[in-house]
Design a protein around this ligand. Structure first.
Ligand code: SAM
Length: 251
């Protein structure tokens, strides 16, 4: 579950969330860049970020591990080398920190021992296989490194600083970026799951859930909010993209 809080209250909300979900269910605090830099006339730095607190209800939540595509700049920076077939790649050490006294990963391979305090990333039998397949690059000094090909990587892992700017002409004062909410719903639920937004506001979470074929419940006490939500949902070409049906209930 994700809760968003304005920068002035985020730390207090964290304590409440810890009490509700348990401290061990806390997964991330995400910094979300929400707008362009502003020139405030007050003593202090401009505020362009929100805090998103990410908790899960259980220890094994749904997690679809969203990946980001590499930009052209990333590709050239992170995968600098080209092999003879023009495939872009980089190399990483064959060993990792930590010494093992047991197991094959501490043993000699091709007359080389892992450096002190480190062990081979995998069994020397597999290193041998990688070498036969041309997956190991040997430096002029005889140091082996593993090749990592760009076309075998599924993009890069999303980190905890995000940029999703809110709409410049919102239909409701607190309206959030639809792309942001779609990203969160996709990461932490599957089609047919149930998404709850108990402070629905502009209904962006509900629109995101609806278009992604999730069931949803939205709650808000404000009549203007309900009017905006109704309009946004009615404007969706729901018969084309979603099988989710909904009705409005009044308390
Ligand atoms: C910060 S806004 C929601 C932001 C929302 N994520 C969006 O994209 O617009 C908070 C909403 O909670 C509603 N709200 C506040 N207290 C409430 C309560 N006790 N019960 C139901 N809704 C409430 C307000 O009417 C407001 O629309």
């Amino acid at each position: 579950m994700t809760i968003e809080a304005r920068h002035k209250i985020g730390h207090y909300v964290k304590l409440i969330m810890d009490e509700v979900f348990g401290r061990d269910r806390f997964r991330n605090d995400i910094t979300r860049i929400k707008c362009n830099p502003k020139n405030f006339h007050r003593k202090g730095y401009g505020n362009i970020k929100d805090l998103i607190l990410f908790y899960s209800k259980t220890a094994t939540p749904t997690w679809n591990d969203p990946r980001l595509s590499f930009s052209e700049d990333d590709e050239e920076r992170l995968f600098k080398k080209l092999d003879k077939n023009g495939r872009r790649y980089t190399t990483i050490p064959l060993h990792a920190p930590g010494e093992t006294s047991q197991g094959n990963t501490s043993k000699e391979w091709k007359g080389i021992n892992p450096p002190k305090g480190r062990h081979w990333r995998t069994d020397p039998a597999i290193l041998e296989e990688w070498d036969k397949q041309g997956l190991i690059e040997w430096s002029v000094n005889g140091v082996p490194r593993k090749k990592i090909f760009l076309d075998e990587r599924n993009g890069k892992k999303m980190q905890d600083i995000w940029e999703f700017k809110d709409p410049q002409y919102p239909q409701y004062p607190t309206e959030k970026s639809l792309e942001l909410l779609k990203f969160i719903v996709q990461a932490s639920s599957n089609e047919g799951d149930l998404v709850l937004d108990c402070f629905a506001g502009s209904g962006t979470t509900l629109v995101a859930a609806h278009t992604l074929n999730r069931n949803w419940i939205g709650i808000d006490k404000s009549e203007p909010a309900i009017q905006v939500i109704k309009k946004r949902l009615n404007d969706l070409p729901s018969h084309l993209f979603s099988t989710i049906e909904y009705e409005f209930l009044k308390g």
